[in-house]
Design a protein around this ligand. Structure first.
Ligand SMILES: *[C@@H]1O[C@H](CO)[C@@H](O)[C@H](O)[C@H]1NC(C)=O
Ligand SMILES: *[C@@H]1O[C@H](CO)[C@@H](O)[C@H](O)[C@H]1NC(C)=O
Ligand SMILES: *[C@@H]1O[C@H](CO)[C@@H](O)[C@H](O)[C@H]1NC(C)=O
Length: 494
């Protein structure tokens, strides 16, 4: 029975865990790949970045022309020491120092370099370098220390998500056995010691392509209304990216305990065994068209491979939905995950341009990840300034009915329009607490001008970027003129 009562229930102290501390804000940037023969000159690219409000970029090298063009723009840059230079940097500290002098120190601070990626997807793309990876990172860091750049410039290495051998449910997340203790453990200790972060290339898009029968598209796009529950933790995931991030956190955590590390306050595990190192997303994105090689992820080389398979999910609409979800997610400050609601997260969207020298041919999905065509036309609408795109607030299905009902009563008593969910009204059916709560939460959220804090209700609500349909009713997204002053964060205090 979900009849809405239009008064506020005093909750007393029964719901002390409703108060969520908001995550620190992260930043959303773009990966500026240049594997194309028709790309814009760098000066025009910098103008385009500026005009688009893009304030952070990741490069796949440390090209001096690009770094020069980015000087004095305020744009933050993550440069990369390519896999080809990794062995030398690992073997010889003076080689690492020379690389840092030429590719970082020579440009800093005019160019705001704030990170060095040492290699890219080494476990996938340069397996023979696996054992040299952490030594190379350490030598690059030592060089930065020598040049007094180690505070400003952090060292990490983007790993492919395949570094995890288990990722569902997220609580089962663990790193591949062969790299977990010998490589990931020392890497995490290094990242912790140097105040850096783990960077992963995480693509719900590819997970969905692999298992379209098991994964819902909405979930892959970050906007599942019902969500998927981790049966072990009970946490509900509305976004596959969150599940991938939490799998990574659990893998980090497990590694600590399986290596027998106790929390001394200086291991990469924080109090209670939770990793203190944050996981940032060094690449994520969604192709807007194309086909792929079956069984291959990136950089299909194709010898004798079967014919390209269609990738039905590679559409402009889906790419637009996913990348706007990423942008809005970070800009709204809502970067925490269900397991780590407190963490901040930087995200680099892959990629700035469609790149016509990637993959196996014109139709390869690899060539269609760009936000822009090479002629500066947007492939679809997006907005790094924030706030321009619609969003909705829905109830989390995993939350107990009693908590949802309490939050529903609060919303209806604090300015939400709950007339449509009264008996006989058009949105009364389906008559469930979660459906009624979604109507009330959304109304409250829209009336508060989609302030992030107005879609919280102690963790009972989530922002989604797809217009939800409940029974016969779509949730509206227009901002009403009428304003209420309460935010749902105040809800926890009553
Ligand atoms: C674009 O450039 C102008 C002038 O240099 C600067 O004031 C502005 O902050 C830049 N915008 C972004 C998003 O970096
Ligand atoms: C942890 O750090 C403290 C002080 O920084 C130090 O005294 C202690 O020996 C360290 N413990 C370990 C296990 O490294
Ligand atoms: C830019 O390129 C795209 C894709 O080739 C094309 O559809 C679009 O019309 C072009 N825009 C301009 C302004 O030339």
């Amino acid at each position: 029975m979900a009849l809405t009562r239009l008064f506020v229930v005093l909750l007393g102290t029964a719901l002390p865990l409703l108060f969520f501390s908001p995550a620190d804000a992260g930043e959303v940037g773009v990966s500026y790949g240049r594997l194309g023969n028709d790309l814009l000159d760098t000066a025009s690219v910098v103008k385009l970045l500026n005009k688009s409000g893009i304030t952070t970029v990741r490069l796949y090298d440390a090209n001096p022309t690009v770094l020069g063009a980015l000087a004095n723009t305020g744009i933050k840059v993550m440069v990369m020491l390519p896999n080809d230079d990794l062995a030398a940097a690992a073997a010889d500290p003076s080689s690492a120092l020379r690389w840092v002098l030429r590719n970082v120190a020579a440009h800093y601070p005019a160019t705001r370099i704030h990170g060095v990626a040492v290699g890219n997807e080494v476990f996938e793309e340069a397996r023979s370098l696996t054992w040299q990876l952490v030594p190379a990172m350490a030598n690059v860091h030592t060089a930065l220390v020598k040049l007094r750049l180690d505070e400003a410039v952090k060292v990490s290495t983007p790993i492919a998500f395949t570094a995890l051998e288990a990722s569902w449910p997220p609580s089962a997340g663990r790193f591949r056995r062969d790299i977990a203790r010998p490589v990931m453990k020392p890497m995490l200790d290094f990242l912790e010691r140097t105040g850096s972060y783990l960077t992963i290339n995480a693509y719900p898009f590819f997970a969905y392509l692999e298992q379209p029968d098991k994964i819902s598209l909405d979930y892959a796009l970050g906007s599942s209304m019902t969500g998927v529950r981790d049966p072990v933790t009970g946490l509900v995931y509305h976004s596959l990216l969150d599940a991938q991030l939490d799998a990574t956190y659990f893998a980090m955590e497990k590694l600590g305990s399986s290596a027998g590390v106790r929390d001394e306050g200086n291991s990469s595990l924080g109090r209670g065994g939770r990793p203190r190192v944050r996981a940032y997303v060094s690449e994520s994105g969604w192709a807007s068209r194309g086909r792929r090689r079956p069984g291959r992820r990136l950089e299909a080389d194709g010898d004798g491979a079967p014919a390209p398979a269609p990738a039905a999910a590679a559409t402009i609409a889906n790419a637009k939905a996913y990348n706007n979800y990423l942008i809005n997610r970070v800009l709204s400050g809502d970067t925490g995950t269900p397991y780590r609601p407190d963490v901040d997260m930087d995200v680099y969207i892959f990629a700035l341009f469609n790149e016509n020298q990637k993959g196996w041919g014109a139709d390869d999905i690899e060539r269609h990840f760009g936000l822009f065509y090479p002629n500066q036309t947007k492939v679809y609408e997006f907005d790094f300034h924030g706030g321009a795109l619609p969003s909705w607030c829905v109830a989390n299905a995993g939350v107990r009915d009693a908590r949802l009902q309490a939050a529903l009563d609060y919303a209806c008593g604090h300015g939400a329009d709950c007339s449509d969910i009264q008996p006989g009204a058009p949105c009364f059916e389906p008559n469930t607490v979660v459906a009624h709560a979604s109507h009330a939460f959304n109304s409250y959220y829209q009336r508060n001008h989609r302030a992030k804090a107005a879609c919280n209700f102690g963790g009972a609500a989530s922002v989604v970027c797809h217009q939800p349909k409940i029974g016969n009713c779509v949730l509206p997204s227009k901002a009403w003129i009428q304003e209420t002053t309460a935010k749902s964060e105040g809800y926890a205090a009553i």
